[in-house]
Design a protein around this ligand. Sequence first.
Ligand SMILES: Cc1ncc(COP(=O)(O)O)c(C=O)c1O
Length: 385
Amino acid sequence: MANPATWRSTEAPIEFIDLGAQRRRLGRRIDDALLRVVEHGRFIMGPEVGALEKELADFCGAKHVLGCANGTDALGLALMAKELKAGQAVLVPSFTFAATAEVVAWFGAIPVFVDVHEDTFNMDPASLEAGISTAERLGFEPVGIIPVDLFGLPAAYDEILAIAAAHGQWVICDAAQSFGARYSGRRLGTFGLATATSFFPAKPLGCYGDGGAIFTADDELERKLRSIRVHGQGSDKYDNVRIGLTARLDTIQAAILIEKLKIFDDEIAARNEVAERYSRGLGNVVTVPRLASGCTSVWAQYTIRLPKGVDRDGFAAALKAKGVPTAIYYPKSMHQQTAYMDFPVAEGGLPCSERLSADVISLPMHAYLDEPAQERVIAAVRGAV
Ligand SMILES: Cc1ncc(COP(=O)(O)O)c(C=O)c1O
């Protein structure tokens, strides 16, 4: 029989993401906000949706914000508004969550996979250039780029926006994991043509179900997005001027997000303290994440890379035995996924994405991880490497 220590934790488990602690901190505020919605009964596009949109705009400096049903729809709405067509190509990083590429395939368009930087896990501008050439060589028309701010860290926007401008392409930023982070002092939500984010419960700013938002400074795009969000409505909801979706943010989720946004900056600061302590404690035994210069992160994940020769499954089991949960984002890059492996990859291949998929592992990360818990995580990692 296996040694129980290998499958049963000997210490109280640490939460990977502790939504309970956040709920205790917020106390009655969420309950009261929910009750207000139940009382006024405007569950669809109630007053809280507009109020949240305004507060999100103030928070990040965006001109327009639209709440929507989830982060995937936020990307899809933007692509619909840009009238993405079959046979057109969109450049996406391969080391990301499926939604980034999935929305491109919805339209019969071609996601062209681009490699990422080994140190930031984000889109590599050199591979982006190679991907644009690949798309052209294969006879597809490259029309846009979807950079991802993976694990909470902004992508290399100066370089990516310059490449997009040189090729006449739009940039729609996938900030599903990174709302609240800054690039060159500016919050995400203000880069590219539009930015999509997710309020999935585990995201740094999460609601109590599915939710998302789109940010843009483009007045024409905003008008179209508002129409597409409600079945392509024109002057009223029974006037349909284009093909649309039903992709609204629920009033109840908006009410919850209004309360959570009030403590979000404080939570971002707490996440940064955890990340700094982890990096101090672990920097000499594993590869710790590095902030790109001029960037802040909201640490959706704190993801380390294991040294060569360390067995990742064994490492995870050793941490689990100490009550320290881990997760692997992402065990396969998109171009290695069954549904996506026939789509093109940038010339030169995607060696960094493949290496990362083989050696990354994420540690517990949330704003309520106290110092003793952080020290336990550090000790468990050091003991297991
Ligand atoms: C990078 C990325 N893009 C898009 C999404 C989609 O967001 P949602 O789950 O709200 O649809 C996610 C969610 O995990 C994500 O991580």
